[in-house]
Structures are given as structure tokens and as C-alpha cells.
Design a protein around this ligand. Structure first.
Ligand code: ASP
Length: 403
């Protein structure tokens, strides 16, 4: 019998998981452990993978001029797509006005989330790790990326007798991590079955979607769909000269995993595997762009932050001036860059924008009820944008892809 393609296996697992979560919510612990095992497996490889991939990527790109060019293109793509995403959200939330006459009550509180937030200045300073081993231990991605970029860059500046063996070891570590990733990928359907059943069983507030929060949910959803299927598609096609539909097919496993895990970081190993093996992007480009993208390029999160803040302002009956709206765009961009690639990170960094506008931070409680499904959707767009960036940049560097 021919083996069913992985993305079909995952889709079947998704449907089964939803049915299980709806009809057997009490029994969900019998299968949700599979999700935990799968997530732990992915998390296990992330840090050695990011470290080794960025070092080999940067060292592979070579001299400062090449690095500057690829780095410039990568940052340009990330900032441009995130900004377009935010403007799409801004436009829709101003047209649909989900917060006007929504009948929502203002009384929830979410202290535990709000305590975790840093100011913008602190976030920037903390990019430089004080103790790199502590960064490894605590999973501080920005710190690890910063260190790896420097390490890769200065590795090219030392004598060949030291450079060559060091690079071989780091390359070896990278290859092993990718092999482990490919092994974990085989269990994706089971992992997704467990994860999604758990999430569905947990959604006690599903009715909220039908009531006051429904049009907010729809506004974010429509904006995400427009960004993912129109904007990114056009950029991939016209700038990258890549067939976006073939690229989408090639990315089905990481996209479904992003949806199920709500975590760009946890999905990163699968994104790299798909972009390299299915897409044919060189290791040096994917190793440089994707770990960076999973941490700072979050189009879906940026868009969602802008819509959510304006929705909250509408509920409080606050008139937003043009200056305020421009500031919301800028701060949404910063808040999305500062958000870690983990579940609910966007909900935490949104407080940066609320404090700027003088809105009470407790307002986050209003949108909490529908945050999980929105997190799944925005994470999918985050990963999709990273992957479109990787192929577009690879093409612009003269690489031949598989489609
Ligand atoms: N969960 C998102 C991600 O990992 C971040 C967010 O909360 O928006 O990409």
C-alpha cells in the first residue's frame, strides 16, 4: 500500500483532534500527552539548531560585503512585510469597527500576564546577553542569535588552521540537528492530534466567538487571510519569482505545525527542513534568514496587535487621531519584533501599545477569550512569511530552487 503523504496524515489528525476535543473533552489527557512529547522533542533541538545554523550560515555567507547585502535584504523584507500587514489590519479595523456597539463588559483582569512585560528600552538592551550560557539555559533567543551572529562573523576572521576545524564541528552539529528534526517530523501527525485535541477541549469560551468578540475575531481573520494569500503571494511571485502555490505545498508540514503549536520557535526546525529539502534553498541562506525570522519577523502578530489595540480603544470609546494611529503602526511593529516565538507572546507585548495610549492594561482580559485560536492563525502567517522571505532572498542571490 502506498504511504499517505505527510500533510494528509496531519490533516486527518487535525480533524480527529477537533472531533475528540469536542466530544470527549474529559478523556483528552489520554492523547494530549502525545502533543507534549512532540513539543518537547522540537524544543530540545531548537537551541543547538539556532546556534549551529546561524554560525554556519554567517560563516558561509562569507565576507562583510556579502553579509551586509544578505542581511540588508533580510531586514528589508521583514520590516516591509510586517508594516504592510499592520496597515492591512489598520484599514480593516477602521472599516469594520468591531469594538463600536459590541456590548462587551469591561471587567476582566489578567495580572499574571501583565507582570511579564519589559519596556522597549529594556528589550533592546537585553539583546546583548550577559551570560551566554544562561541564555542557552533560559531559551533567550535574541541573545543567542546575537552571540551566534558575532561568532559566525569573527570565525571568518581567524587563521585557517583554527577556522576549518571549528567550522567542521559546528557544521557537524547542524547536520545532526537536522537529522534529529527529520526523525521528529515523522511523529508530527500524532503530536498534532494530541496538541489540538487539548486546545479544543480547553476552549470553554467558544460561544464568545459568536457574541461580542465575533466581529473582532473576524476582522483579524480576514486581515490575516488577505496578508497571507494576497500580499505575501504577490511578493513571492513578483519579487522572488517563485511559484507561490508550489511553495505553499512544500511548506504544508511546517504551516500545519505552526497552526497546531502556536509557536514559530517550536516550528523552526520543520520550517528549515522544508525550505531546504522541499524548496532547495541553500543552507547558508536558510540558516541565516529563518532563525532570525522565527524570532523577529512576525507579520501575523504585528497585524493582530494593531487590530486588537484599536478594537480595545473602540470599546473604551476613545477617538484615535492620525498621530495616534501612526504611533500604533510603529509600536505594533516593535511589539511584534519583541514578541518571542511562543504561544501568547503577542498578548504580552501588546501592553507596550496600551500603555502608550493610556488604556488600562487589564483590557487585555477582553480579548483573552479568543486569543488561542487567533494565536494559531497568526503564528501560521508568521511562519509563512518567514518561508516566503527565505525563498525570495535565495532567488535574489541567484539560487536555483526546486520549483
Ligand atoms: N505565537 C506567536 C508565534 O510564535 C507569537 C504571538 O503570540 O503572536 O509566532
Amino acid at each position: 500500500m502506498k504511504k499517505l503523504a505527510l500533510h494528509w496524515q496531519i490533516l486527518i489528525a487535525l480533524v480527529l483532534a477537533i472531533l475528540f476535543g469536542i466530544f470527549l473533552p474529559e478523556q483528552v489527557s489520554y492523547i494530549s500527552w502525545m502533543g507534549d512529547v512532540f513539543l518537547r522533542g522540537l524544543k530540545m533541538v531548537i537551541i543547538p539548531l539556532i546556534l549551529s545554523s546561524i554560525i554556519t550560515g554567517v560563516a558561509g555567507i562569507g565576507n562583510s560585503a556579502n553579509l551586509g547585502r544578505v542581511g540588508g535584504k533580510t531586514m528589508g523584507y521583514y520590516l516591509l512585510t510586517s508594516t504592510i500587514a499592520i496597515v492591512t489590519g489598520l484599514f480593516l479595523v477602521n472599516i469594520i469597527k468591531p469594538g463600536v456597539d459590541s456590548g462587551i463588559e469591561l471587567n476582566s483582569s489578567v495580572n499574571s500576564i501583565l507582570n511579564q512585560h519589559d519596556s522597549i528600552g529594556q528589550t533592546l538592551i537585553k539583546i546583548i546577553p550577559e551570560n551566554i550560557f544562561q541564555s542557552f539555559a533560559s531559551g533567550d533567543m535574541l541573545g543567542i542569535i546575537f552571540f551566534a551572529l558575532l561568532f559566525g562573523f569573527f570565525l571568518t576572521k581567524i587563521k585557517a588552521e583554527y577556522r576549518e576545524p571549528t567550522l567542521k564541528v559546528v557544521n557537524g552539529v547542524f547536520e545532526v540537528m537536522m537529522k534529529i528534526t527529520m526523525f521528529i517530523i515523522r511523529f508530527t501527525p500524532l503530536g498534532i492530534l494530541g496538541l489540538v485535541a487539548g486546545v479544543v477541549a480547553d476552549q470553554k469560551n467558544i460561544m464568545d466567538v459568536a457574541t461580542g468578540l465575533g466581529s473582532y475575531f473576524l476582522t483579524v481573520l480576514i486581515a490575516l487571510v488577505i496578508h497571507g494569500t494576497v500580499t505575501l503571494l504577490l511578493i513571492t511571485y513578483f519579487v522572488g519569482r517563485v511559484n507561490p502555490f508550489k511553495h505553499f505545498r512544500a511548506m504544508s508540514t511546517p504551516l500545519l505545525t505552526a497552526f497546531s503549536t502556536s509557536s514559530s520557535s517550536a516550528t523552526l526546525p520543520l520550517t528549515m527542513e522544508a525550505v531546504e529539502n522541499n524548496g532547495g534553498v541553500s543552507q547558508k541562506i536558510s540558516s541565516f534568514t529563518l532563525p532570525l525570522g522565527a524570532t523577529i519577523n512576525m507579520d501575523g502578530t504585528a497585524l493582530y496587535e494593531c487590530v486588537a489595540v484599536i478594537f480595545i480603544a473602540q470599546i473604551y470609546g476613545m477617538e484615535l487621531s492620525i498621530v495616534n494611529q501612526v504611533m500604533i503602526v510603529l509600536l505594533s511593529l516593535l511589539a511584534s519584533i519583541g514578541a518571542a516565538g511562543i504561544p501568547m507572546a503577542g498578548l504580552v507585548t501588546i501592553t507596550i501599545i496600551l500603555s502608550y495610549l493610556g488604556l488600562p492594561l487589564e483590557a487585555v482580559g477582553l480579548i483573552l477569550a479568543v486569543d488561542r485560536p487567533l494565536d494559531m492563525l497568526r503564528t501560521t502567517v508568521n511562519v509563512w512569511s518567514d518561508s516566503c522571505g527565505a525563498v525570495t532572498i535565495a532567488k535574489s542571490e541567484g539560487e536555483k530552487l526546486k520549483y
